[in-house]
Design a protein around this ligand. Structure first.
Ligand code: MLC
Ligand code: AMP
Length: 510
């Protein structure tokens, strides 16, 4: 019989022989490897008992908890497709995802059950369960009567494992379809490239509804058979408490900015650490250098996306080179990266162009968007990342990639992506608004902050606080502008396009 390409089976091949060892530690409790198998087994039995069709989506919007991770693993084990949703999404946003993905099952926090049930009904989703941060809810009740000895289903490499929604330039989110092969191949490559060891201890503080926390961090520890210290979110006090017992930490740049802002974060606190990894947004060279000065350690910056998982990484193994601040390092083994001009001719090192990628990690396309999928791939199969870069920038060797900007109109705030169009559409629909432009401006904590420039209709006076209050009702909090400014008109170029560069320049100090 052919081997099983199921991602869970692959991850479990790295679990330690001693299944009684601690796999997950939270401030309240520990979970063994055996617990991972039985808890995910019980939930997988429940999913199987529901007789969901192959390829059915399981949409999950819950707070981070060990049980939430088990639900992810159970979905893989049952051969279904995991669809995580940011807990910050409001009902209007969730409605779009459920209507588009038509999941067979939704799991939500019990405080959201009422509106979630209404949306699920509209989307034709038959099963709605609750899972609270403490592990309680109707999911636990339903799973309690199930057996915990579950035979992980056979999956083929190209079977879908997960759909991750990423916002789009048009304001409409797209579901990136990731297969078991995409995720397993990337986990395998990172295991070697970052030197994962079974005696590692990962300090896991990232959310688990995105690539960074769910795949890069969790898969790394699971496949290595390494323990995770599992915290619900970034909390500097808790980080300072747990770092002395940890060996690996991953974070978006804001995590490093916040650690450095605390004088208690010292070389001593890091003495057990072997690796700090940053990604999801550009790490400022100042942060990279301040970290080196404070701790004597060098952050490893890597680059990836929802559609591709990880693409490039600064070296861990010093024989491959140094970690160079301002660069995102070398293409990972098996990943091809090229920088091209507008005609899609490859550019030599030193020249800036569009970054395109290929590899077993690259997704197969956007959920039910064949047109959009075709647009994002070249005829010869390269994925257009929308990032602008060069090989050999920042005084690095020619083999290192540097990201210098984005061709997509994207703001990354604290590691979360915000597409201006989505916010502009909501602002433009408010009474008294003629038009608006949303831009990202430098922010010391979030890297970039969302700012809106709003043009009132002639004769109308608008109130910034009221605009913000309306936006908070329909948009996740990280998308809500930190400031609203009013203008009489938006500066346009000869093509009639709003000149966002001019606006960014005008409002950069705010
Ligand atoms: C929270 N807020 C944010 C925000 N996060 N605003 C802008 N940007 C963000 N990222 C809001 C809060 O709701 C609150 O608003 C106010 O800002 C202050 O909140 P806070 O208490 O300071 O925020 P906190 O809860 O501490 O969260 C900040 C954070 C978090 C940086 C810890 O955003 C975070 O964990 N980010 C990680 C994102 C991530 O995992 N990205 C990976 C994507 S994968 P109010 O109005 O309530 O006061 C990917 C691919 C790859 O990109 O390469 O990895
Ligand atoms: P997402 O769609 O949330 O997966 O975000 C992916 C985007 O984050 C990429 O296309 C990049 O623009 C950005 N990104 C991720 N890692 C880095 C990094 N190390 N440096 C700069 N940008 C990054």
């Amino acid at each position: 019989m052919e081997g099983n390409a199921n991602l869970y089976a692959f991850l479990a091949s790295g679990f330690p022989q001693d299944r009684s060892a601690v796999a997950i530690e939270t401030p309240e409790q520990t979970y063994s490897w055996n617990d991972i198998e039985t808890m995910s087994g019980r939930l997988a039995s429940l999913l199987q008992a529901l007789s969901l069709p192959p390829g059915a989506r399981v949409a999950v919007q819950v707070e981070k908890s060990p049980t939430a991770l088990m639900l992810y693993l159970a979905t893989l084990r049952a051969g279904l497709v995991y669809l995580p949703l940011n807990t910050a999404y409001r009902s209007a946003e969730v409605e779009y995802f459920l209507t588009d993905a038509e999941p067979a099952m939704v799991v939500c926090d019990s405080k959201n059950l009422e509106w979630m049930e209404g949306i699920a009904k509209k989307a034709g989703t038959p099963h709605v369960y609750t899972l609270d941060q403490d592990g309680n809810g109707s999911l636990a009740v339903a799973a309690a009567s199930q057996g915990d000895d579950f035979q992980t289903v056979q999956s083929k490499p190209d079977d879908l494992a997960a759909i991750l929604y990423t916002s789009g330039t048009t304001g409409r989110s797209k579901g990136a379809m990731l297969s078991h092969r995409n995720l397993s191949s990337n986990a395998q490559v990172l295991k070697t490239f970052w030197g994962w060891r079974s005696d590692d201890v990962l300090l896991h503080m990232l959310p688990i509804f995105h690539v960074h926390g769910l795949f890069v961090a969790s898969h790394g520890a699971l496949l290595a058979g390494a323990k995770m210290i599992w915290l619900p979110r970034l909390n500097v006090d808790q980080a300072l408490h747990y770092l002395p017992q940890s060996t690996v930490m991953m974070g978006v740049p804001t995590y490093y900015v916040r650690l450095l802002a605390d004088d208690r974060f010292t070389r001593d606190v890091c003495s057990n650490m072997r690796l700090f990894i940053s990604g999801s947004a550009p790490l400022l060279t100042e942060t990279f250098q301040a970290f080196q000065t404070r701790t004597g350690m060098t952050i490893l910056e890597r680059y990836g996306m929802s559609e591709t998982v990880m693409l490039t990484s600064n070296p861990y193994d010093a024989s491959l080179g140094e970690r160079i601040g301002g660069t995102v390092g070398l293409p990972l083994p098996g990943v091809s990266v090229r920088v091209v001009d507008e005609q899609e001719n490859s550019l030599p090192a030193g020249e800036i162009g569009n970054v395109q990628v290929q590899g077993p990690n690259v997704f197969s396309g956007y959920w039910r968007m064949p047109e959009k999928t075709r647009e994002e791939f070249t005829a010869d199969g390269w994925f257009r990342t929308g990032d602008v870069g060069q090989f050999g920038g920042a005084n690095a060797p020619d083999s290192y990639l540097t990201i210098v900007g984005r061709s997509k109109d994207l703001i990354i705030s604290g590691g979360y992506n915000v597409y201006p169009k989505e916010i502009e559409l909501v602002i433009d629909a408010l009474p008294g608004v003629d038009e608006s432009a949303v831009i990202g401006v430098p922010h010391p904590d979030f890297g970039e902050a969302v700012v809106a420039v709003v043009v009132p209709k002639p004769g109308q006076t608008l109130d910034a606080d009221r605009i913000l209050a309306s936006l908070k009702d329909s948009l996740a909090n990280f998308k809500v502008p930190k400031r609203v400014h009013f203008a009489d008109a938006l500066v346009r170029n000869t093509m009639g396009k709003v000149q966002k560069n001019a606006l960014r320049e005008q409002y950069k100090d705010l």
